[in-house]
Design a protein around this ligand. Structure first.
Ligand SMILES: [Zn+2]
Length: 230
């Protein structure tokens, strides 16, 4: 489904994955494993493009529901996979995903084993301020150490990953149980105060399709208020 001109969400995949349609195709996140064919069908059917038009796969962070089809898609399309160095190490199996409760870290690991997600090296390391496939990289540590958002300045769209979500038009923080460091999430989203975006697309929940930066600023103000009255 096309959300705004040139930006599509492939329905029926969790977490959401987004395709940016241009001279080349760019995929942001890849969903839970076993959805590779669904993604390819969207490219060849809905978009009438060839799989090799997919040149870049950007991973907003290391969680299994975002990286699940990346490896397989790379081998079929030849696309290059990019992630932030801190999560690239987790994706490559050099580090373990951390959560505040050890039990959640163990669950992440078991889920990976159960779904047979193998570790893999990414092809490209991206850091705060880099531009890749026309998108600006914002490093927003918190949900995971290497969580990033990707900003499309032309369309004023922000792909936020799991740093923020949206439900019933209301901006939300990520669930604590699966977030590495909530304090860092709050620090990171301060960086969004001055960013101008109309649309915010997150890993879960609904797209925020109007006045997104205003709504995010209101959310940040609400957090500040909660802290001073605590
Ligand atoms: Zn996540």
């Amino acid at each position: 489904m096309e959300i705004v001109p040139g930006i599509h969400v492939i329905e029926g995949i969790s977490a959401h994955c987004y395709l940016v349609d241009g001279p080349e195709l760019t995929l942001i996140d890849t969903g839970m494993p076993r959805k590779t064919q669904k993604i390819l069908r969207y490219i060849t059917g809905t978009l009438q493009r060839t799989p090799t038009d997919l040149k870049t796969i950007l991973l907003t962070h290391c969680d299994i529901d975002h990286i699940g089809n990346a490896r397989e898609l790379r081998s079929i399309t030849g696309a290059s996979i990019a992630a932030h160095p801190q999560d690239a190490d987790i994706i490559a199996g050099k580090k373990t995903r951390q959560t505040p409760q050890r039990v959640m870290s163990i669950l992440f690991k078991l889920l990976g084993l159960f779904l047979q997600v193998k570790s893999f090296p990414v092809d490209e390391i991206i850091n705060n301020g880099d531009t890749i496939a026309g998108l600006t990289v914002l490093h927003l540590p918190g949900h995971t150490p290497g969580s990033i958002a990707l900003y499309d300045p032309k369309r004023k769209v922000l792909f936020i990953g799991d740093t923020l979500g949206c439900k019933d038009g209301i901006v939300q923080s990520p669930p604590k149980s699966v977030t590495w460091d909530m304090e860092k999430v709050y620090q990171s989203i301060e960086k969004l105060q001055t960013l101008d975006f109309t649309v915010m697309l997150s890993g879960h929940g609904e797209p925020l399709t109007s006045d997104a930066s205003v709504k995010v600023r209101q959310f940040i103000t609400k957090i500040h208020e909660n802290r001073t009255t605590r």
